[in-house]
Design a protein around this ligand. Sequence first.
Ligand code: C2E
Ligand code: MG
Ligand code: MG
Ligand code: MG
Length: 278
Amino acid sequence: DAKEKGRGRFRFYSAELGAAVAARLSLERDLRAAQDNHEFELYYQPKIDARNGKVVGAEALLRWHRGGQGMVSPALFIPLAEQLELIVQIGDWVIAQACRQLQAWHAMGLTGMKLAVNLSVAQLNDAGLAVRVADQIQRYGIGPDQLELEITESMMMSDPEQAIANLQALRALGVTLSIDDFGTGYSSMAYLKRLPVSALKLDRSFIQNIDQDATDADLCAGVIALAHMLGLQVVAEGVETPAQRDALLSRDCDYFQGYLFARPLPVTQATAYLQQAA
Ligand code: C2E
Ligand code: MG
Ligand code: MG
Ligand code: MG
């Protein structure tokens, strides 16, 4: 009868819910242990100079090899690391590892390379950020301008004064700053004027149809022209086809990243790419 069915359904849902909660708790437990278990690795996606096709550096992208269970997407574990307040510590590891890699590339003769690192909002709101970045730069003896830090516009919302203080301190160190996923956040114009950034990264959503959609093409052309007027360079993210590349080239885009050139690569392959395309 209905009552029995209802009870059966309740048992079914509660078992599913129980499994989901258990899976979530186990993911959290594993993420908390990931750093100690050396499960993080940086991949590197090459960045290409649009004018001559040469590689100018890369973006470091964090990967998590979850104990025996394969790779977890950053889209899943970065927000979780933020919620669990692990991201400042993980982010410190990413910055240190990036500086160590720049030193290694330098020692191999890849001297001019730049490496971009993504920041989270908690890092940008942490009063100790600039000092810790300075420590790593000094520890590995890299040029401060070889390190580039990517922020997003939305990161300016929670504590803009601390964020701006950090950005100014980083800029004073000589670190390069850029705005990631540009065009997807709020207050672009206000922050463009205030932030000591050197580059904008045009979000992939504007690039996807640039060769077919006149509005997207006009938008990109306008953003690039505006950026250049403000003395900023423009990086296109997610360039996948020659048609997208050509559409961006004819609109004066400065740098490309995307699968057309290279996917994010583990260090050995990334190094080979840099050596061949430098
Ligand atoms: P993001 O910084 O905007 O990085 C670009 C993302 O686009 C990367 O995804 C990259 O693999 C992907 N991508 C690059 N070229 C193409 C392309 O041609 N087509 C397509 N479809 N995708 C492309 P990934 O590595 O999964 O990272 C996702 C996001 O996770 C990053 O977006 C960034 O916001 C965050 N993230 C990654 N590593 C870190 C980190 O060390 N710290 C922090 N705070 N966030 C990170
Ligand atoms: Mg990025
Ligand atoms: Mg991006
Ligand atoms: Mg993006």
